[in-house]
Design a protein around this ligand. Structure first.
Ligand code: SAM
Length: 211
C-alpha cells in the first residue's frame, strides 16, 4: 500500500494561515503524541501546552521534546478538554485536530477552550489534513478512512459523517454559547471530490475586553 506523506506540517501551515496568532502560549488540545504541537513549535517561538487525558501519548511527546531540544517549550498536561487545569485568559492560540470527535461533552470542551483563551486569542478546532496536503493523498487518506469505518457497519459510518458535518459543528458552537464563529468545510466529503480530506474546522476568537 502506498505510504502517504506526513500531514502535520500542512495542518500547522493551515492553522497559522487562518488564525494569524500572536506568539505566546499556545494549546494543542487532544494532542496525542504532539504531531501538530511539534509542527507549530518548529514554526514559532511560542510555548505549547499539550492537553490530553492519555498519559502514554503525553509521555511519548515528552520524549520527542527532549530528543528534539524543545523540552522548554513543550508542556504536557494530562486532562480532558472538558476540565482543563488552566487559568482563564492564558492561551493565545488553541488548536485541536482529530480530537473533538472523542470528547464526552463536546460543548463543554468548547466552553473550556473559550474560557482559557486570552482576549484576542483564536481557536481552531476540528480535523483535516491541511489545504496544501496533496489532493491525491487527501483522497487516498479519506478513501482508506471511510473504508475502515464502513467495515464497522452502516450506523457507524452514519455517526462518523454526522459528527463531521457543518450542521453538527454549528450546533455544538451554539450549545457552547459561542456567538461569533466560523465553520469551514465538510468533514464527511466523499473521497472522489476535491474537498476530500480538507476536513471540518470551527474557528472563533475571544473578544478583547471593552472592544
Ligand atoms: C485521533 S487522536 C488525535 C491526536 C492528535 N491531535 C493528532 O492530530 O495526531 C485523538 C486524541 O484525542 C484524545 N482525547 C480523547 N478524549 C479526549 C478528551 N475528552 N479531551 C481531550 N482529548 C481527548 C485522545 O487521547 C487522542 O490523543
Amino acid at each position: 500500500m502506498t505510504e502517504l506523506p506526513d500531514f502535520y506540517e500542512t495542518v500547522a501551515e493551515e492553522i497559522l494561515c487562518k488564525c494569524q496568532p500572536r506568539e505566546g502560549v499556545w494549546l494543542d488540545l487532544g494532542a496525542g503524541a504532539g504531531g501538530v504541537a511539534f509542527a507549530l513549535a518548529r514554526r514559532s517561538a511560542s510555548t505549547i501546552v499539550l492537553v490530553d487525558p492519555n498519559m502514554d501519548s503525553l509521555q511519548k511527546a515528552s520524549g520527542l521534546a527532549r530528543e528534539s531540544g524543545l523540552e522548554r517549550r513543550i508542556v504536557p498536561i494530562a486532562a480532558p478538554a472538558e476540565a482543563m487545569p488552566l487559568p482563564a485568559d492564558c492561551i493565545d492560540l488553541a488548536v485541536s485536530r482529530g480530537s473533538i470527535f472523542f470528547w464526552k461533552d463536546r460543548a463543554q470542551g468548547l466552553r473550556e477552550v473559550y474560557r482559557v483563551l486570552r482576549p484576542g486569542g483564536t481557536a481552531m478546532i476540528g480535523g483535516g489534513l491541511g489545504a496544501s496536503y496533496p489532493q491525491w493523498a487527501r483522497q487516498e487518506f479519506t478513501r482508506r478512512r471511510h473504508e475502515g469505518v464502513k467495515r464497522k457497519g452502516a450506523d457507524a459510518f452514519k455517526r462518523f459523517q454526522e459528527a463531521r458535518s457543518s450542521q453538527t459543528f454549528r450546533r455544538l458552537a451554539e450549545e457552547a454559547g459561542l456567538i461569533d464563529f466560523e465553520v469551514d468545510g465538510d468533514g464527511g466529503a466523499d473521497p472522489d471530490t476535491s474537498q476530500a480530506g480538507l476536513g471540518i474546522w470551527l474557528r472563533f476568537r475571544k473578544e478583547r475586553k471593552g472592544v
